[in-house]
Every structure is written in C-alpha cells, then in structure tokens.
Write a protein that binds this ligand. Structure first.
Ligand code: PSU
Ligand code: MN
Length: 309
C-alpha cells in the first residue's frame, strides 16, 4: 500500500525558537477562512501576529496550503487563506482529504491543536472554541475531544455564545480540561462578558496559570488547560441584545436547513449583520486581547525547565 508522505513544513524562525525554548504562540486560521469576512480576516491575522511579537513571543499561524501542513504562514499564504476560493475548514477528519488532494484551508481549534502538538508548541490563542450546539446536542465540535488530548494552554473568550454553554462545559469536564477564569469567576459568553456559569477556578496571574499547567502535565495529564478571558469591556455586547440576535440567527439556520460544518460560519456571519457589526468588533478585539495574554503565558512557560511532554 502506498502511503502519502506527511507534508509538514515549519518556518525556520519558528523551528529555531522551538529548539531554543523561546516562547511561541500558535494561531488558528479557520477564523480567517470561515469566521470573519475579507478584508477584516486578513487584518486580524496580521494584527494577532504583531500583537504576539510585541508581547515577546513568536507567532506560529497554522494552516494547510496546497496539501502542505504549515506551521507559520508567509504573507502570500495568509492572503490566499483570507481571500481564496474553495478553502476547506480543517478539523481532525479533514487533514487526509486536504493533504491527498493538495487542497488549502484554515485549521479550526481542533485542527490547530493537532498540528501545534506535532510541533511541540505549548500555547495557543483563539477567539471562541467550538462546543455543543443548541439545537442539535449531538453536534459536538471536534474542538472538545481534541482539547482533551492536547497538552497546550489555550487562551479564548469562552465558547461561542451561539452554543449551548452549560453542555459545552460538561463536555470539557468529561474530556478532563481544566477551565481557568483569568481574573473572573464566570465563563465568558464570547461576545458578552457574562454567562452566569461559574468557571472551575479563578486565576489572577500568568504565574498561577503556568503553575497549574505544569502540575497538570507533570501529573501525566495529556489534556489542554483552557484559560478564559472575557472580551474587553469597551466592545463587549450587552447580554440581552446578544441573545436576541442569536435567537434570530438560530431560527434562520433552522429554516434554511444549514447543517454540519456550515452551521458555525453561518451563525457568526448573521450575528455580524444582526448586530450592525458590533459582534465583529467584539470578535476582533477579543482575539487581539487573547493573543497578548497567550504571549505572556508562553514567555512564563519558556522561562522554567522543560516539561516532560
Ligand atoms: N472563533 C471565532 N471564530 C471562528 C472560530 C472560532 O472567533 O470562526 C472557528 C474556530 O476555528 C473553531 C470553529 O474551531 O469555529 C468551530 O467550528 P465547529 O463548531 O464547526 O466545530
Ligand atoms: Mn459540528
């Protein structure tokens, strides 16, 4: 039987940083290909990379270009993902198709975790993770089981508010993922700061996050640590306005028979329209905020002795 050589490329700057134990932060690209409109998506990807650098770490934006799994994307590759046609949304099930058919696409949280793990990156910044869908409780994002098997600190603003958040927290627990609130005791609702759901534990410093992450992995746990950060106050949506828009978007998705991988992009797109761009503004600001915090965590993690991973 023929096997396909795993096409995997890492940019030299990132490879060097990793071998010298310098701080690196992984960034996803499904948010570029399927989460945000052009040109905001490209600007966002560039801003996140810049923020990571300014905060003292090397950005490793992950995606698939012409069947090559890439750790680090040059400007041209990033532009293709932001503005190209026929791009895949790549989670665990989708890599083989992309590699075998020389396709290109953005990696989701699940997809990015798989690649970051191969590259031994320990910190990852994203917006909102996937989770359990409200109308279809059997539709559980592959992000959740992947968090259960990826030893990384993942910084996010909770799970996207379009989801069933209590069920999402339950499935995180099932998968052994500690959920730490950064300066908050409540799970944020992505666009909004409050969900009414408690986090497992509130941490008030980067040092505390790193201490817990190290203990977790030294105990032999293979799962991620989820650090949740509410969106910045100035851009956060009011909870009631957000819920009203979500209800409308969910009804439309149901009426139009949207299913599978298309559900999340459809809902995010409609949210932006229904809130006259406010959800988009919040989304961009929280992504940048998360990139900055992730870089600080990466620095702190890199400053101690190497972990047995
Ligand atoms: N966060 C955002 N926008 C996004 C996503 C996350 O702010 O578009 C993407 C992530 O890549 C996440 C994916 O992994 O949506 C989840 O999709 P699904 O529900 O189909 O698993
Ligand atoms: Mn799904």
């Amino acid at each position: 039987m023929n096997t396909i050589p795993l096409a995997y490329k890492i940019l030299p700057e990132i490879g060097e940083a990793l071998s010298n134990r310098r701080p690196v932060v992984a960034l996803e690209t499904a948010v570029v290909t399927h989460g945000l409109p052009y040109p905001e998506n490209l600007e966002l990807a560039q801003t996140m990379e810049k923020t990571v650098r300014q905060s003292g770490a090397i950005p490793a934006t992950i995606g698939v270009i012409d069947g090559n799994i890439r750790v680090g994307l040059e400007q041209e590759a990033l532009e293709r993902l932001a503005n190209g046609k026929g791009l895949l949304k790549i989670s665990r099930r989708d890599f083989a198709q992309a590699v075998a058919l020389n396709a290109s696409g953005g990696t989701t949280v699940a997809g990015t975790l798989i690649v970051a793990r191969m590259a031994r990156i320990q910190v990852f910044a994203t917006g909102g993770i996937g989770g359990v869908h409200r109308q279809a409780p059997f539709d559980i994002s592959p992000d959740l089981p992947e968090l259960g098997r990826s030893p990384l600190v993942v910084v996010c603003a909770g799970a996207k508010a379009i989801l069933n958040l209590p069920a999402t927290l339950e499935v995180l627990e099932t998968n052994g993922v500690p959920v730490l609130g950064f300066g908050v005791d409540e799970f944020p609702a992505f666009y909004a700061r409050h969900s009414g759901l408690p986090v497992q534990y509130q941490v008030n410093s980067v040092e505390a996050i790193v201490a817990i992450a190290k203990a977790h992995w030294q105990l032999g746990m293979k799962s991620a640590i989820l650090v949740v950060v509410p969106p910045p106050e100035e851009v956060a949506l009011n909870e009631d306005a957000m819920e009203a828009a979500i209800t409308t978007a969910l009804e439309e998705a149901h009426q139009q028979g949207i299913s599978g991988q298309a559900v999340t992009p459809f809902l995010l797109g409609r949210m932006a329209e229904l809130t006259a761009g406010e959800s988009l503004r919040a989304n961009l600001a929280l992504l940048e905020n998360n990139a900055r915090i992730a870089a600080q965590i990466a620095q702190q993690l890199a400053s101690g002795p190497a972990l047995p991973l």
